[in-house]
Each structure stands twice: as structure tokens, then as C-alpha cells.
Ligand binder design. Structure first.
Ligand code: PLP
Length: 376
């Protein structure tokens, strides 16, 4: 059996090696390393794939979030509501910009932000909501967009884990994750569903004026060369990464299919198990399975992960500490027990290997090894 990995980037590369090597070679030959034609090509192809008017490439997903908040003109003291169960980057940029992160609990089944909790958290200072499409499926965007409309708030989608996921709005229209709010953000970190071979990110919007401002902010706040009307940042997707992403974009739907097949295999093995809860599918979103995350019930989770490790099976906890309990983010407004769903999830979830290269032998070994431990 091939070595089991959390993410098998090497195996994935082997299938597309000639295409990738050619694309990298072309960029190096051209020496157009920054803002070369490869960046524009990828940008246009991604706009087409997502059905969105503007894609603004940038250096990583964290920058995508930060630049979005800067371009929307959020100011110190403005409150931004986000989920307590997410990767730290979502809250980090809010704090860095001296905005006020307002944390709310999530749904126990989908792990995504709870719209009722969002509505309760709104104050006169609230300016934006950042729903995170966690683990690969969209948050309940109809409700979030409705709340945003009612209270005149911006919606900044953190789609770093959900590129390619489809969301069917209540009116029947179908949109891609990250194209539903004012602005969507994604990451091309290597392990992401659309990952490059280094760091990368992008911002999506259908708003022409906002797109202009986003392009200014990512480029040192520069409107005309060497004339800086705004304080910006330097956040670029380099041409090599863009060339790699352009190739991988052509495979994204096939990658999602492979991830879904692995998820179905896991589901089949663990469905209705009294000690394991398989990830719920939210009916209005497809799931692109950035992670396959199970909730354990009365299981020694540490013992299970050690058991899997001893058999060469990696497993991870995404995320062991809720935002409001992270040392750097401790805040007198929050205390342990404030977000019971997130806290229970942080104590009970674990994620199994999930990528495009898992074969049935590996999946059988993984599921057998999990069941061996939990059935003891
Ligand atoms: C939900 C979420 N938000 C933001 C980020 C930040 O992306 P990056 O690592 O590219 O900065 C990530 C990924 O790491 C993420 O998973």
C-alpha cells in the first residue's frame, strides 16, 4: 500500500507533471516573474470558472481578507462578526486592522456560522459579516445575505476552504462560493483544493468600483504609478504560481469528484455509528471536502489519533482551540462556555486524510483502523 498522507501533493503532481513543468519552464524563459501574462490568464480563467466579474489575485488568503476589509473602508472600532470555529486568519486581520472582532457560535451539524447568532450580535457599530465556508461547504448564505441587507452590512466570504463549491440560492440561482457577498476571499495554499506550489490567494467581486479599489490596495495604494492616494499593501500572486494554478484550475472539478468519492467511502463506513458522527451535508451547498471531519462521542480522541499514527495514518484536529479562547485573542467580552457548540466541537472533532490521490486500499485501511479503535 502507498504511504498514507493527510494531503498527497507529490502523487497529484505526478499526474500533471508534464503540463506543470512546461508551464513553469515558459514563465522562467519569459522572466516575466511579476504581473506577467500568466497572472492575467489565470485571472481571466478563474473569473470564467466562478462566473464572477472580477478576480483580484494576491499573495495569500490572509491578505485577501485584509485587503477586502481595507478596500471596503472599514475603520478602527467597526465591528466585524465572524464564526468562533475557524482558522485564525479570519480573526487575525480584523484585529490587525484594529477593527473589533465579534465572535458567534456555529451550527453543530455543518460547523458553519449560525445566522440567528449573527443577528443577535448586531449593534450600531457592526459593519460586516465574515461567513467562513468551513471544510468545503457554504455557510447558509440566504440567511446571511438577508441579515446583511436588513442591517446594511458588508458580507465578506471566507471561501479559502471552499473554492468550487456551488450554492443554490432560495430563488433557484446557482453561484460559486465566494461570489455571493460583496467580496469573496480564497487561498491557494498548497494543501487547498486549488493549491499552488507556494503561497497565493485571490479576491472575487462583481462590483466594478470595489474591484478598482481592491486593485489599488493590493498595489501599495497606488492609483497612478508612484502616486499613492491610499495606504495599501504589497500583495501579489507571482507568475510561476499563476501558471501552476492555471493548469490546476482545469482539473479542479475532477479533484472535487475524487474528494467526494473518498468522502462517500468514509461516510459509508461510519454512517450511524454510535460513537462517530459523519459530516452533515448542507442541502443548499455542494461540499468540496477540503477536510473530512468527524465528531466523536465518548471516544478517547487522543488515543484514537495515536492509534492511527502508530499505523502510519495521519489525523488532525481542525481546530483544537476556539477563537475566543486563543491566548492572543482573550477578551474580557468572552469567557469559556460562551460558545458551547464551538467548544464542544473543538473537544471532539478530528479530520482524516482527504485529497485527490486516496485509493480504495488506503481508504479501507483508514476506516478499518478507525473502527478497530472505536469498537474496542
Ligand atoms: C478559513 C481560512 N481562512 C483563511 C486562510 C488563510 O489563507 P492563507 O494561508 O493563504 O493566508 C485559510 C488557510 O490557511 C483558511 O483555511
Amino acid at each position: 500500500m502507498r504511504k498514507i498522507q493527510m494531503v498527497d501533493l507529490h502523487g497529484q503532481y505526478q499526474h500533471i507533471k508534464p503540463e506543470i513543468d512546461r508551464a513553469i519552464g515558459e514563465v522562467i524563459d519569459s522572466c516575466a516573474f511579476i504581473n506577467g501574462p500568466a497572472v492575467k490568464n489565470f485571472q481571466e480563467h478563474l473569473e470564467k470558472y466562478l462566473g464572477v466579474k472580477h478576480v483580484i489575485p494576491c499573495a495569500n488568503g490572509t491578505d485577501a481578507l485584509q485587503v477586502s476589509m481595507m478596500a471596503l473602508g472599514l475603520k478602527p472600532g467597526d465591528e466585524v462578526i465572524t464564526a468562533s470555529f475557524t482558522f485564525i486568519a479570519t480573526a487575525e486581520v480584523i484585529a490587525l486592522l484594529r477593527l473589533t472582532p465579534v465572535v458567534v457560535d456555529v451550527d453543530p451539524d455543518t460547523f458553519n456560522i449560525d445566522p440567528a447568532a449573527v443577528e443577535k450580535a448586531i449593534t450600531p457599530r457592526t459593519k460586516a459579516i465574515v461567513p467562513v465556508h468551513l471544510f468545503g461547504q457554504c455557510a447558509p448564505m440566504d440567511e446571511i445575505l438577508e441579515i446583511a441587507r436588513k442591517h446594511r452590512l458588508f458580507v465578506i466570504e471566507d471561501a479559502c476552504q471552499a473554492i468550487g463549491a456551488d450554492y443554490v440560492l432560495k430563488d433557484g440561482s446557482k453561484k460559486k462560493a465566494g461570489t455571493l457577498g460583496e467580496v469573496g476571499c480564497t487561498s491557494f495554499f498548497p494543501s487547498k483544493n486549488l493549491g499552488c506550489y507556494g503561497d497565493g490567494g485571490a479576491i472575487f467581486t462583481n462590483d466594478d468600483e470595489l474591484a478598482k479599489q481592491l486593485r489599488v490596495v493590493v498595489n501599495h495604494g497606488m492609483t497612478v504609478r508612484y502616486y499613492h492616494d491610499y495606504i495599501g499593501v504589497n500583495s501579489r500572486l507571482d507568475s510561476l504560481q499563476a501558471a501552476i494554478l492555471d493548469i490546476k484550475l482545469g482539473h479542479l472539478d475532477e479533484y472535487a469528484k475524487k474528494r467526494a468519492e473518498a468522502a462517500d467511502f468514509y461516510d459509508h463506513a461510519f454512517a450511524n455509528h454510535p460513537k462517530l458522527k459523519i459530516p452533515a451535508r448542507y442541502p443548499r451547498s455542494s461540499h468540496v471536502f477540503h477536510q473530512y471531519t468527524l465528531v466523536t462521542r465518548n471516544v478517547d480522541r487522543k488515543g484514537l489519533i495515536e492509534h492511527l499514527g502508530s499505523k502510519g495514518i495521519p489525523a488532525m484536529i481542525y481546530y483544537p482551540v476556539p477563537l475566543h479562547l486563543q491566548k492572543a485573542y482573550l477578551d474580557p467580552r468572552y469567557k469559556p462556555g460562551d460558545f458551547p457548540v464551538t467548544e464542544a466541537l473543538a473537544a471532539s472533532v478530528f479530520s482524516l486524510p482527504m485529497h485527490t490521490e486516496l485509493d480504495r486500499e488506503q481508504l479501507g485501511f483508514i476506516t478499518g483502523s478507525v473502527l478497530e479503535f472505536v469498537n474496542r
